[in-house]
Design a protein around this ligand. Sequence first.
Ligand SMILES: [Zn+2]
Length: 395
Amino acid sequence: MNIKSSLSLAAAIGLLASCSSSYQTLHQKSILVDTHNDVLSQVVMEGHSMEKDLTGIAHTDLARLRKGGVDVQVFAIFCDETYGTGRAFRFANQQIDSLEAIVKRNPDKLQLVYTPAEARQAVKNHKTAALSGVEGGHMIEDNLDNLTHLYNRGVRYLTLTWNNSVAWASSAADEKKGSGYHNKKGLNDFGKQVVKRMNELGMLVDLSHVGEQTFWDVINTTSKPVLVSHSCAATFSPHHRNLTDDQIKAVGKNGGVIHLNFFSEFLDSAYTNRMSAFMAKHDAEIKALRQKGLSGMALRDAIFQQYPNESGTINPPLSLLIDHIDHIVKLAGIDHVGLGSDYDGISSTPVSLDDVSTYPVITKALLERGYKKKEIEKILGGNFLRIWEANAKKS
Ligand SMILES: [Zn+2]
């Protein structure tokens, strides 16, 4: 090696080092908000403790939240439609109790927050700001007082429907099926009252999971910016959980924010075919692993580890998540996109986004894609804080 090439190598190493430190510095400096994590209902309510290292069991635990630089986490409160009247609201409250207990046990790591100002203060104190969002209108059991009660307990968004419709709003899954909703598609008069009460309370209206008719009815009813807490752009994967270009533009016009889900199927329409072919090919081994007692994430990890080359081509690349961001920025603008991972509610993520500790790779990828620091700060969390503030403001 001559002097000239060793000098240019040194320069290249220096450049790489400064690039890597600049993305880490930017990541640390930015307020990272994730608007949807299912660890409470899927992991904690199943008996696991977030204080323990849940690597291999769950996407989320307290240590990995810190490692990923997650500053504000919205914990989803969830039960499905089998929890009917008399059970769903009570179970929602039990999950809030559980979140409160976790925060109480870990005052050095977590802080419950009720306002954007409290969230910013928690971040300054090097704690993860914790708040909750209720996923599924059935948990208010058709009662506006229940909605107010949940707000008073710190719930800051309600996803109007989950996959099931409620009496007052149709879901995306049911609208696609053409059945399962009550009387007609969209919001009925009570549904409009729910939206108006949420606007008054300062609770964000979340439009993930709702049907297109419900979406447009909300856009025409709400006086505040809406939230889409965990969905993607349908142009890449025309799934009913994703937003069409017209919907993306409408969220932009409304002043709202679309937070991207990390689920491979929502990001990439070809993912399911790749995964099904892989599973069919290794069916016998998968059955054997099941007989050994493996299931869920542990089963998937075990079979993927046996075939690293094949499995490495199944999950979409991280760059595809950035493509979704680019698309929303192009249609609606930089102020209307954020992150809503759906960790612990999804079975597959893009390469290198394995769990809540991996968020810094997004910051790195955004810098490499050419986004400026101020723009990245908006995507990581600034946009959510803006719509939370707009909703909290009494009008
Ligand atoms: Zn969901």
